[in-house]
Design a protein around this ligand. Structure first.
Ligand code: NG1
Ligand code: MG
Length: 475
């Protein structure tokens, strides 16, 4: 499962129900046939939540559910526009006017509308086209399009990333034609930042999984030294398949609306933690032109270089990564251990700046609202979760296991520890998630956890084949 095109030349429409439905819907809406359909899948994250934006590797998996965009390119209009329709009637028809003369599409993050997500995909595709063909796209508008969107990704399995990736793919195809194939690496590179334009300071896990996911594989996504996605097949066990069951809490957490007190606040807390650690241990954080001004990963690398002289990244040597992360947990303990909850004044004092400077440097880029900052808990979660991802990768790539049980109990334990950390340290679980995990474990799941941002959304459970029915029944 990954971002792809489907056209009626490629597949037998009569055997693909979803495709047939969207082709018919398109025809009903626009009175003609689309030129092509783009598709990108949702994802479930197996382990490694809230660490992608700190540049630590994660282990998601693309799912079969996805978003489809049927598209007709339109040249015959005075002003280029894009018409949008959605199979879900709560998302009404929209018309997006394309700026003339090759100006960039603008997005107002204060507006909460589904067309804003479309514009995110549109904008990153336009930036890509301008970089690739400056002569052609710096002065002329993008092609007009008629678009019909449909999807079956539930909230929490990254419908937004699936939509944005399908849109970016469609816009590039509409403007460059079918002979130009954008490499997956490029599509991943441009889509990972797309949601920043709606005001969410997110990492790139979801888009990477949507673009590069492969059937029956987990995807190991690294953000340093550069963005890279590697697919790993699940191990072949003696008696059981490796099953992941996804269960929806049905508790909806609106990412954009809750961002100031949830997602963006967590990003802020870990950013501040990285800066306080750097100040405390006399380490210079590299300035990479990133508004985030330092991550726990960049602190770790800078610290290691200063005190251990290691310049090479540890990627590829998992154990040395784990050693470094464990050392970071020790530093977190000594730096924040007795200061668990801080105010702006405390953090400013730790950074040696005024509260106003702190506000200007860190609080003004993305909307945030808070009473206290919990740098200890948040940074402890990030480093320990980053270790769990590497431990999970070790298990996934082990050639043999003493028994099936050895696989399930070790991978499952990491998932359970991750849930515990998300709940207690990162405070991104919720009562519904805790309850589903408790029931699933009692019915035979080896590991149960929230998946994605949390505060509701979906849960994921590792289950041996012999227990699949029991776990499904209790849901
Ligand atoms: P959700 O809200 O589940 O799509 C978000 C971020 C990810 C990652 C996870 C937490 C977006 C699009 N995705 O996922 O980058 O940070 O939370 O691990 O915001
Ligand atoms: Mg999302």
């Amino acid at each position: 499962m990954s971002a792809t095109f489907i056209t009626d030349e490629d597949v037998d429409l009569s055997v693909n129900d979803k495709l047939k439905v969207i082709m018919d819907s398109f025809r009903n809406r626009y009175g003609r046939k689309p030129d092509f359909v783009s598709r990108s899948p949702g994802r479930v994250n197996l382990i490694g939540d809230h660490i992608d934006y700190e540049d630590f590797s994660v282990l998601p998996m693309a799912i079969e559910l996805g978003v489809l965009c049927a598209v007709k390119c339109v040249d015959d209009q005075q002003t280029a526009v894009i018409k949008l329709s959605n199979s879900d009637s709560t998302f009404g028809d929209r018309t997006v006017e394309l700026p003339p003369d090759g100006d960039l599409v603008t997005i107002d993050p204060a507006v909460s509308d589904w067309s804003n997500y479309f514009k995110c995909g549109l904008l990153v595709a336009q930036q890509h086209l301008k970089r690739l063909f400056p002569d052609r796209f710096s002065t002329s508008a993008l092609k007009g399009m008629e678009v019909f969107v449909t999807g079956d990704v539930p909230a929490g399995l990254s419908s937004s990333a699936a939509f944005i990736c399908a849109v970016a793919l469609a816009v590039i195809r509409a403007n460059l034609g079918r002979d130009h194939q954008i490499p997956k690496q490029d599509l991943m590179n441009i889509t990972v930042v797309a949601e920043h334009y709606v005001g969410v300071n997110n990492g790139g896990m979801d888009q990477a999984a949507s673009v590069c996911g492969e059937t029956d594989h987990a995807l190991y996504v690294q953000f340093r030294p550069e963005l890279k996605a590697t697919a790993f097949m699940f191990p072949k066990l003696d008696h059981s398949e490796v099953n992941f069951i996804v269960a929806n809490t049905l508790k909806v957490s609106n990412k954009v609306e809750t961002a100031p007190t949830h997602y963006n606040l967590r990003v802020l807390e870990v950013t501040l933690a990285a800066n306080v650690l750097a100040k405390n241990y006399g380490v210079e954080l590299p300035s990479d032109g990133n508004m985030k001004k330092g991550t726990l990963r960049s602190f770790m690398d800078a610290y290691w270089q200063k005190f251990h002289g290691a310049t090479s990244p540890w990627e590829g040597d998992i154990d040395s990564g784990i050693t470094r992360m464990n050392a970071m947990l020790g530093l977190v303990e000594s730096c924040f251990g007795d200061r668990k909850s801080l105010g702006v004044v405390d953090v400013a004092a730790s950074l040696g700046c005024t509260s106003d400077e702190l506000k200007k440097d860190f609080l003004s880029h993305f909307p945030v609202r808070f009473e206290t900052l919990r740098l200890y808990q948040r940074s402890k979660h990030v480093y320990s979760e980053a270790i769990r991802v590497l431990e999970a990768l070790k298990i996934l790539t082990a050639k043999t296991f003493d028994s099936d049980e050895a696989f399930f109990s070790s991978f499952g334990a990491l998932m359970n520890e991750s849930q515990q950390s998300c709940d207690v340290l990162y405070e991104c679980s919720c009562a519904e998630t805790d309850e589903i995990c408790r029931i699933a474990r009692a019915s035979g799941a080896s590991g149960s956890r929230l998946t994605g941002a949390g505060w509701g959304g979906c849960t994921v459970h590792l289950v041996p084949s012999s227990k699949v029915n029991d776990v499904k029944r209790t849901h």
